[in-house]
Design a protein around this ligand. Structure first.
Ligand code: BGC
Length: 392
């Protein structure tokens, strides 16, 4: 029999969403425009998403009602600043109310300032890598300060390491090349995003904000005879970002899967181990492995698992996957990893970017016509883990 996995006192347990994936009607951001472009690569538009713009308090009730203790959500910049320099006080108040709503329910709010989307005006004027991006991110962070003043943690940018891979995938797709897994990030974009994170951190630090940092995609790197390829890929995707995060208050890690490297580089996962989304390998062991690696690079920096989950229509498999992942996490903590919380992706079956609504990562199903929420058994299960602060 496996020993029960226990977690440190005060460990946070929760679940996450991101603005564009759940709010609906984000007509002023870059993704809305890309979703509606001719020949859009998006399977479908985000539309009303889960209507969480209106239903956020029902969502918080579900999280708190299950017994969880933290909720991660993001601010939508294009709602706060729909035109450059034009600030919506109402949108800022909206996010302030979500933070208060978390506190009222005993949930520690984790607020992400940028989760992939940017306002349309910014996309048309340089985007993330343009010369004005640094000043704009700094100003947006300043605008957001009152909304996130009572957050438990603030994350600047969600997965800059994955954002820097997107342009490479786009170029490969246009050339008709086979995409076997995650290629290495574009170095220029990686450096630009690290610079934006720094600008945002300066503002947060200057204002004495809640503990702040960035969130990164974390991966397990498996050597199948391709040690050199593995090292190069990990240096570009993980090491440079982890080093950039040294000195931050925490690093969020979002871990779903592994990458395998053979003599010719990346190896596609065996077909029988692919999940429903992105052809990713079903690999619960990745959680513990990626946490161990991040702790070895940044032994002094607290870590939070800000995302981990699986896209599956089989909720029993979600529970099985998460159980195995949490065992690995408990072992990584027992081995010395300073991990402060576990946040499951996702609260809701939501808009999965280019794949539309088909992949279901949620602990809660959402009716696409009525937006009615139906908790899956995994929600109560995760709540029980939280109440026990460990696995049975
Ligand atoms: C992102 C989420 C996304 C999830 C599952 C993460 O990379 O932060 O927005 O939905 O993965 O694909």
């Amino acid at each position: 029999m496996t020993a029960p996995a226990q977690f440190p006192d005060g460990f946070l347990w929760g679940t996450a969403t991101a603005a564009h994936q759940v709010e609906g009607g984000n007509v002023n951001n870059d993704h809305w425009e890309m979703e509606h472009a001719p020949h859009s690569p998006f399977a479908e538009p985000s539309g009303d998403a889960c209507d969480s713009w209106h239903r956020w308090s029902d969502d918080l009730d579900l999280v708190a009602g299950a017994g969880l203790t933290t909720y991660r959500f993001s601010l939508e910049w294009s709602r706060i600043e729909p035109a450059e320099g034009e600030v919506s006080r109402a949108a800022l108040d909206h996010y302030r109310r979500i933070v208060d709503g978390c506190r009222d329910r005993g949930l520690a709010p984790i607020a992400t300032l940028v989760h992939f989307t940017m306002p349309r005006w910014m996309m048309h004027d340089g985007g993330w890598t343009g010369p004005k991006a640094g000043d704009r991110v700094a100003r947006f962070t300043e605008l957001a300060l009152p909304a996130v003043a009572d957050a438990e943690y603030v994350a600047t940018i969600n997965e800059p390491n994955l954002m820097a891979v997107q342009p490479v995938i786009g170029a490969m797709a246009r050339r008709g090349e086979e995409i076997r897994g995650l290629p290495v990030p574009d170095q220029g974009v990686a450096e630009a995003l690290i610079g934006l994170h720094r600008r945002s951190m300066e503002v947060l630090r200057g204002a004495g904000s809640a503990p702040a940092g960035m969130t990164l995609v974390g991966l397990e790197y498996i050597d199948e005879g391709g040690q050199e390829h593995l090292q190069t890929a990990r240096a570009a995707m993980m090491d440079q970002f982890l080093h950039a995060a040294a000195g931050d208050d925490f690093v969020g890690l979002q871990i779903y899967t592994a990458q395998r490297f053979g003599t010719d580089g990346l190896i596609a996962p065996p077909a029988d181990r692919q999940t429903l989304a992105h052809g990713m390998e079903r690999r619960p062991e990745a959680l513990g492995a990626a946490i161990r690696y991040a702790s070895s690079v940044l032994p002094e920096t607290p870590l939070i698992v800000t995302e981990n989950g699986i896209a599956t229509a089989d909720d029993a498999d979600r529970i099985a996957f998460t159980t195995d992942a949490l065992r690995g996490l408990a072992e990584a903590i027992a081995g010395g990893g300073d991990v402060r919380g576990y946040v499951h992706w996702s609260l809701l079956d939501n808009f999965e970017w280019m794949l539309g609504f088909a992949p279901t990562f949620g602990l809660v199903a959402v009716d696409r016509e009525t937006f009615a929420r139906t908790p899956k058994p995994s929600l109560a299960w995760l709540g029980d883990v939280a109440k026990r602060n460990g696995l049975a």
